[in-house]
Design a binder for this molecule. Sequence first.
Ligand SMILES: [Fe+2]
Ligand SMILES: [Fe+2]
Length: 343
Amino acid sequence: MNGDYQTALLSRRRFLQAAVSIPCLTVLSGTVNWAEEVRAGVVEPTAEEAEAAIAAMIATSASNVTPERLAACETLQRSVDRLRAAEFGEYFRSNADEARKWEEERAILRYLNASFEKAIGEIKETTVPEGSVVLWHIYNMGYVVKTPTQAFAIDIKHRRAAELVPLIDFLLVTHKHGDHYTDAFCNAVAEAGKPVVTNFIDNEWKTPEEGREYVFGDCAIKTRLVDHNARLVKFVTTYEIDCGPKSGNFVIFHVGDACNVNQLKAEAPIDAFIPHLAVGLDVPKAVNETLKPKSTLLSHILELGHAIDQWRWSYAYGYDACKKCANDSVILPVWSEKFTYSR
Ligand SMILES: [Fe+2]
Ligand SMILES: [Fe+2]
């Protein structure tokens, strides 16, 4: 980070701190809420607290939520509750030097970077044996999936997403909301000559309103368009992905921000179901009555591009949503968490 930029950044932050009580700034700034308030009385974790929390997140598992993981979530949540969406936006657009500075100041950004570092190392090194599939949770509803024969990504949004381009064979995007894709990553994947499947980019892979089937390598994918809410009708693509015979025909059902349980249809039994935990979807009904997947990865917590008090669901909210499903197969993944499934 150069001196001029740092000075500008500090001025911006001081301005933000001074501006929190000026409501008209919300209007003046358009979609960016510069007046967003951080949670009162919340203190940024110390370097030692953050380091211990990040290590605990990596050492523990979503399948066995220990007091250690809960404590680590609580520590990192403090940093989440102090990071305004506009600040995350600045971090997201920053170059490597500027990003390092942000990460030094904010534990949650340090964790975001460290967790990506871990995931990308594992994605490179992991060889998936026959009869298995490996998933990494990246961020929000983003996943990388590796099968014995290929790798692909769904709903990736990350500052360092470009590093995934050489590691994947194709990209799936559920819908045109900025927490599920970026133009830069879609363009980079397309420029590498790899399919980018969306319902909004006009390329040869675009999903029409009536849905479409795709075959990439030995992966067979069925898509349907469903509602995000009453206004955004047929806005979200659901992906039923058969990961191929070498995987034991493992089936992933990623439904993005789908809101209506009655619209969720899968033809095969589902091994891993990936829904939004708070978009109005009746997840307990999907899990226990209609879809009955073998495992559910409840997603869409900690979207830092959303305001602190608006749609940025916390770890605690996520654990509560898991409990409401009353089903041990429903878990809450954290960033970079790796899941190995074997037949
Ligand atoms: Fe959305
Ligand atoms: Fe979303």
